[in-house]
Ligand binder design. Structure first.
Ligand code: GRF
Length: 217
């Protein structure tokens, strides 16, 4: 069974999408633990409700960022996950810890990377006047939101859009994007080789694009 650990700081709707896909048989995998830096995160409640071990570690209890991350990842590795999914995890992860796990950690980010790394992506997309926005799943490297992009979903920006309306439109597409990307990783079709994403042993020339049918082009 393909073992997944999930890191989440908040609401956990992307976690829920993975839980639901596993429950329906759409994704052949097992979530072996959900880990959070926020003890009250709704993501932890969702994990418990699904019978998944939920773990909270409080950064304030550790002397440094590195000490926190060492403890967190030591706990994660006890579950022997093949893949670590950052799904709304709002803390920077120590560069050394990330680099030693290259190709094993992915993140979902609400923009069409490399556009709009960082926070408040929807507001910034509207301010920039772009016609299309969306979300990306990428391998995590020490470069914040800068690792190789695996797959994206594009949504239109509408006249009169507000940041919350645009965020809702993007989030609805994030869920199938994450599930379908994890599915390709689980069956070994996607790999990070050196700095390039490979699909079926060949470098991807551009990120995979999720179609309305929830399949990749
Ligand atoms: C999502 O928009 C995700 O792309 C970003 O944080 C948000 C998390 O939402 N990284 P949720 O906690 O999965 O509902």
């Amino acid at each position: 069974m393909y073992r997944i650990a999930v890191l989440a700081s908040g609401r956990g709707s992307n976690l829920q999408a993975l839980i639901d896909a596993i429950a329906t048989g759409a994704l052949d995998a097992s979530i072996v633990g959900v880990f959070s830096d926020q003890p009250t995160a709704r993501a932890l409640q969702r994990a418990r409700a699904a019978g998944i071990p939920a773990h909270a570690l409080e950064p304030g209890a550790f002397a440094s960022r590195a000490a926190f991350d060492e403890a967190l990842f030591a706990r994660i590795e006890r579950e022997q996950p093949a893949l670590i999914v950052c799904a709304g995890y709002l803390r920077l992860i120590d560069a050394g810890i990330v680099e030693s796990r290259r190709g094993r950690i992915i993140n979902i980010h609400p923009s069409l990377l490399p556009a709009f790394p960082g926070l408040r992506t929807h507001r910034r997309a509207l301010a920039a006047g772009v016609g299309e926005h969306g979300a990306s799943v990428h391998f995590v490297t020490a470069d914040l939101d800068g690792g190789p992009v695996i797959a994206q979903t594009v949504v239109p920006v509408r006249a009169q859009d507000t940041a919350p309306a645009l965020a809702r439109r993007v989030l609805r597409r994030e869920h199938p994007l994450l599930v379908e990307t994890v599915r390709l990783l689980a069956v070994g079709r996607i790999r990070l080789i050196d700095d390039a994403v490979q699909l079926d042993g060949r470098p991807l020339v551009a990120p995979l694009q999720l179609r309305a049918t929830n399949r990749f082009a």
